[in-house]
Write a protein that binds this ligand. Structure first.
Ligand code: SF4
Length: 206
C-alpha cells in the first residue's frame, strides 16, 4: 500500500492524461497564470526554490511570472492557475489556458472557490462599486465621484467565480496559499509520468 494516501479532493482515477504520457516520453511544457489573486500562490510556486533546477531536465517553463509572455504558443502539458475569475479578461485568459493545456490545476483558495475576492458576491457588484467609488470618504471629497469606465478596463463579472465554474479543472491544490512543497509534489508527479497523488500531509485549507 502506498505510504502516501490519496487526498479526497482528487478526481477519480482516469486513463493516463496527455501530460502523463508526455512526461513518460520526455520533457513537458508548463505554464502558470494569476487571475484575480494576490500572487501569494505564485510565490508558493517559486517556493519550490532550488528543487526546480533538477526538474528543468524534464520541464520547460513557457508562460509564467518569470517569462511574462501573454499567450501560450503551441501546447503545454500542465497549466497552474492562481486566482478566481472576476472580470472578462480573466475568462478569456482561463479559456486560453484550457485550450492550450492538457492538464489544468487550480492553485489556492481563490482559484478553488473564489477566495477573498469572492466576498463581494455577498453584497453585489453595484453596491461594491458604489462603496468604492461613489460613497467612500475619499470619493465624496473628490470633485465628481464616478465609477471608472473605459474600453481598456476589463468589465467586472457580476460575481467572482472559482475556475471550475468557467472551464473544466483537472486537479486542485487547496490553501491560502498552498505550501510550495505541495506544488512541487504535484509537478514532480506530472514531470515523471506518475499519477498525481498529493499527500494528505501537504493538503491544507488555511
Ligand atoms: Fe492570495 Fe490566498 Fe488567493 Fe493564493 S489563495 S491568490 S495566497 S489570497
Amino acid at each position: 500500500m502506498s505510504k502516501r494516501r490519496r487526498a479526497s479532493h482528487q478526481l477519480p482515477a482516469t486513463p493516463p492524461a496527455p501530460a502523463t504520457v508526455a512526461a513518460r516520453e520526455g520533457k513537458i511544457r508548463i505554464s502558470t497564470i494569476s487571475l484575480c489573486g494576490c500572487w501569494g500562490c505564485t510565490l508558493s510556486i517559486l517556493d519550490m526554490d532550488e528543487r526546480i533546477v533538477p526538474l528543468l531536465d524534464r520541464v520547460t517553463i513557457v508562460r509564467s511570472s518569470l517569462t511574462d509572455l501573454k499567450r501560450i504558443t503551441g501546447r503545454c502539458a500542465v497549466g497552474f492557475v492562481e486566482g478566481g475569475v472576476a472580470n472578462e479578461e480573466n475568462i478569456e485568459t482561463l479559456e486560453h489556458f484550457r485550450t492550450h493545456c492538457d492538464v489544468l490545476i487550480s492553485v489556492g483558495a481563490c482559484a478553488l472557490w473564489g477566495g477573498i475576492p469572492s466576498l463581494r458576491n455577498s453584497v453585489g457588484l453595484g453596491a461594491c462599486l458604489a462603496e468604492a467609488y461613489l460613497e467612500s470618504p475619499t470619493a465624496v471629497a473628490g470633485a465628481r465621484p464616478t465609477i471608472p469606465l473605459h474600453p481598456e478596463i476589463p468589465r467586472l463579472t457580476a460575481k467572482v467565480h472559482p475556475c471550475h465554474e468557467v472551464v473544466h479543472m483537472d486537479y486542485f491544490i487547496p490553501g491560502c496559499p498552498p505550501d510550495g512543497d505541495a506544488v512541487f509534489a504535484v509537478l514532480d508527479d506530472l514531470a515523471h509520468g506518475r499519477p498525481v497523488d498529493l499527500p494528505r500531509s501537504l493538503t491544507r485549507f488555511d
